[in-house]
Structure formats: structure tokens, C-alpha cells
Design a protein around this ligand. Sequence first.
Ligand code: NAI
Ligand code: MG
Length: 331
Amino acid sequence: MKLAIIEGDGIGKEVIPAAVKVLDALRMDVEKIPVELGYGKWERTGSAITDQDIDILKSCDCILFGAVTTPPDPDYKSVLLTIRKELDMYANIRPIKPLPCVNGILGRNDFNFVIVRENTEGLYSGIEEIGEDASYTKRVVTRKGSQRIAEYACKLAKSRQNKLTIVHKSNVMKSDKLFLDVCRSTAAAHEVEYGDELVDSMAYKLMVSPEKYDVIVTTNLFGDILSDMSGALVGGLGLLPSANIGAGHAFFEPVHGSAPDIAGEDLANPIAAILSLKMLLEWHGNMTEAALIEEALESTLNRGIKTPDLGGSFTTEEVAESIVDHIRIKF
Ligand code: NAI
Ligand code: MG
């Protein structure tokens, strides 16, 4: 496997080295290509991502990414939007499920759903007009974009409980009518049981009865917000992994950002990054190694080895070392 490794900024520089330690412990045949991207690079060179970086990423089998800092500077081109667009990674997959010995905000562990977020259009189209007195961001919904994310979500639902919830706001934004219609007809064609919810009531329902949902498909911004909110159900943002999937490329990253408030202190929870590595290995077909990561993580949590965000007193490195130790014993 030719694997691009992007640490990025802030805690990306801590959680990705932790995940790489876990990868190394698995002793797989991986060619690791480090790629520097992000705000730090922008400050140093004036460019957060170059065409050459994109070419390197395109030449790899998959990508493991930490997080980048995005300043509110109109001249700064978002690294993530650029990568998602250039590599046409249209599906952002965010599994939300409880972990052993970790309490979420509701103290329950009877839910297991996946947010499938359209990743290339919606309000993150990048088509913007910024002015002194008025600014505009164009919200893009296309039949092609809606169709391919609906197909992805339906296939995923078929491999799970065959239940799809389409989340939209078509009562106010007419652009969502197209998304809703395409998702409905795709679900019907695939014989997937489906329903739909307006995004605001969905936010409420996810907090009150998360056990009712299986696969949730939605547009870009809504998926972004609902997934961070769902982090509270699991027990924190440091626990949620994600995959960005396109026709030819796949990119795996924690849902969280660069967390400047805790960066550089060895406090960041590396679990989201390590579970992102696990998703990467599953995608690549390395099921045994992925299962070993899960087992090692469970053993670590069962022994109370946790970072401060989960009420523990262990460091990023200590959590990673514990997972690595468990894997070494198994080999
Ligand atoms: P954030 O996700 O970085 O942090 C939100 C809160 O969660 C903070 O209190 C942070 O300490 C905590 N947190 C996040 N990850 C954690 C972890 N692994 N362990 C323990 N606690 C954790 O979101 P925020 O603060 O809104 O954004 C910070 C920067 O990150 C911004 O520049 C933003 O643009 C960028 N960002 C980047 C993303 C990416 O690269 N995929 C995604 C989201 C934000
Ligand atoms: Mg986000």
C-alpha cells in the first residue's frame, strides 16, 4: 500500500504520529509518504497546498489525514475543500457508535448509525462573492451529486438494517427538493426502507432517540453539524473517525479539527485518528489488522487508559502505547 500521511496542524501533529505507531506495530507492507499541508505551511511558504501536493496525493492508494487550522482569511484556500474536490471524494462516511467504558452525554449505548454526508457541493461549493456590505455563498445541489451519494447510502443501508433517513430542509430551501426527490427514488429502486426528516427536528430526534436510526444521508453542511453533535452521544469529538470516498481515491480523517486549545500538550485523544486508520485498513481489505486495532482499543479502554477528555489522566502517547503493546502481544 502506498499511503500518504498528512499530519496537518495543531493536534494533527500528535494524533497522526500516534496512529502511525499503531500502523507500524501491525508490520504491514506500507510505503509511507509524508505530505506537509495546512496553515503552518501557508505561514512558512505562502501556500497551504500546492499542485504538486495534489499530484502526490493522487498517486497514493489512500490517505491518512490529521487536521488543519483554517483561518478566517478570505485569501486562504481551504485545504480540505481543495482535496475533496480535486480527488472528487464525494462521500463522507461518519459511523456513530458507542465505545466500551466510555459514557456519552445520554449515558446510553443502544445506538449505532452512520451519517453519509455529500462532500463536494451544498453550501461548501466554494462559490462565493465576498463584499463589504453583502457576501454570498452559493448552495449547489445537482442531480448527479445527489444520485451518487444516494446510491452510496442505499448500498450501505443494504449491508446494515436496510433503513435510510433522508435529512433536508426542503420546506425552506427549494434546492433541497431535488436532493430529497433523488434520494427517495434511489431508495425505492434499491428497495431500502426510507423516511425523511427536516434537519432541525432531526437534531432533536438524534438526541432523544438515536437508536431509531441506521443510515442517515444528507447534504454537506447538515452532515458536518449533525456529526459533531453526534460526537456528544459517543462521548467526545476525539472519538469519531471518518472516511472520504470517491471513485478512485479514499481519504481517512478524524471528524475533529486541529483543537488549538489543547495542541502541543499531549492531551489529545488519539482514538478518532486510530479508528480512522482502522476504517482505512477495512477499505483496503486488511480485515484482520482492522479487527486487531478494535480489540486493542477495547482492551485499552477496559483498563481505564484514557485521555483527559474522557475523564482519564493518560497522555496521547500513553494511549497509543497501550494499543501498540496489545497488538505486539498478539503477533
Ligand atoms: P475542533 O474539533 O478542533 O475542537 C472542538 C473542541 O473539541 C475543542 O475544545 C477541542 O479541544 C476538542 N477536541 C477536538 N478534538 C479532540 C481530541 N482528539 N481530543 C480531545 N479533545 C478534542 O474544532 P474547532 O475548535 O472549532 O476548530 C479548530 C480549528 O480546526 C479551526 O481552524 C477549524 O477550521 C479547524 N477544523 C479542521 C477540521 C479538519 O481539518 N478536518 C475539522 C474541523 C475544524
Ligand atoms: Mg466538521
